[in-house]
Design a protein around this ligand. Sequence first.
Ligand code: GLA
Length: 333
Amino acid sequence: MSSDQQVVSLCDAYKDYFPIGAAVSSRCIHTHRDLLLRHFCSVTATNEMKFSSIHPDEGSYQFVLADSIVEFAEANDMLIRGHTLVWHQQTPERVFIDSDGASASRDLLLSRMRDHIETVVSRYKGRVYCWDVVNEAIDDKGSDYLRPSKWLQIIGPDYIEKAFEYAHAVDPDALLFYNDYNAVAPYKREKIMRLITELQQKGIPIHGIGLQGHWNIYWPSVDEIRYALDDYARLGLTIQITELDLSVFAYGDTRIDLTEPTSEMMELQAKRYEELFRLFREYKGVISGVTFWGIADDVTWLHNFPVRGRRDWPLLFDCEHQPKESFYRVARF
Ligand code: GLA
């Protein structure tokens, strides 16, 4: 295929299905501007709206970088997904400590959480259309239910419902999501189903579930994802794939010697992307957005993670910002 100019826009291809989004940084809205404007109609700030970025010190909010992403999106008629209000990572330690250096009390931490949510959600009210209110609250271990984060240890399990209530009170029109990884794996799916069911039984305002979609070219199977979509759809919430990327490495593969992906890897990735988007299109009634965690393979969190010194090639565009075979299999159907 020739130049990008002759390539169909992803967003146009999916206009009858769901918006296609990308996680962006305040830098890549410049460095990846052409790709973004051509193919994506929704953005998520990769880090700029997280607690430690937007609220690094007590009483001090830093909105400049998040604002630049919001303004870029608005200037180009793009949707904005807010990410994320309450998470166990990228939250300053000081949030959990009182002025004497001791652990914060439940009341103090709740009031800090409330202040954070109210300030951030109200700043972007009517501009951010949905929020990942709570991120990754479920534990990975066996039958353990909630992750033993500081939020849980200090406030108790109701920190989750409080977060949704505070966000809803400020912006009743925003769609509020619970977001997690490995959300299609049966061990985790059952716990997420339990959490959402409990929230719904208490009348907590929760509207969506975010399946992060940090997957690879071997896992999970399409059937496993289908099963999860069916299960979550029964809860009556909208579903979004919020952080999609397909690593070319299987779990446990620690090779670091590749300087470019093999043709087998790229073919398998293209086949997987094709199958996944066929499934997503089939579920367009319940899926209301698909967001990639990045734009092109030159910038991805998977360089160096989970294996230091290793590169990865998980997205639809290559390091030169050209469409990969994976792109064509998603865009042409
Ligand atoms: C999680 C978070 C994201 C991001 C990725 C890794 O999935 O939700 O914000 O930090 O990890 O980049």
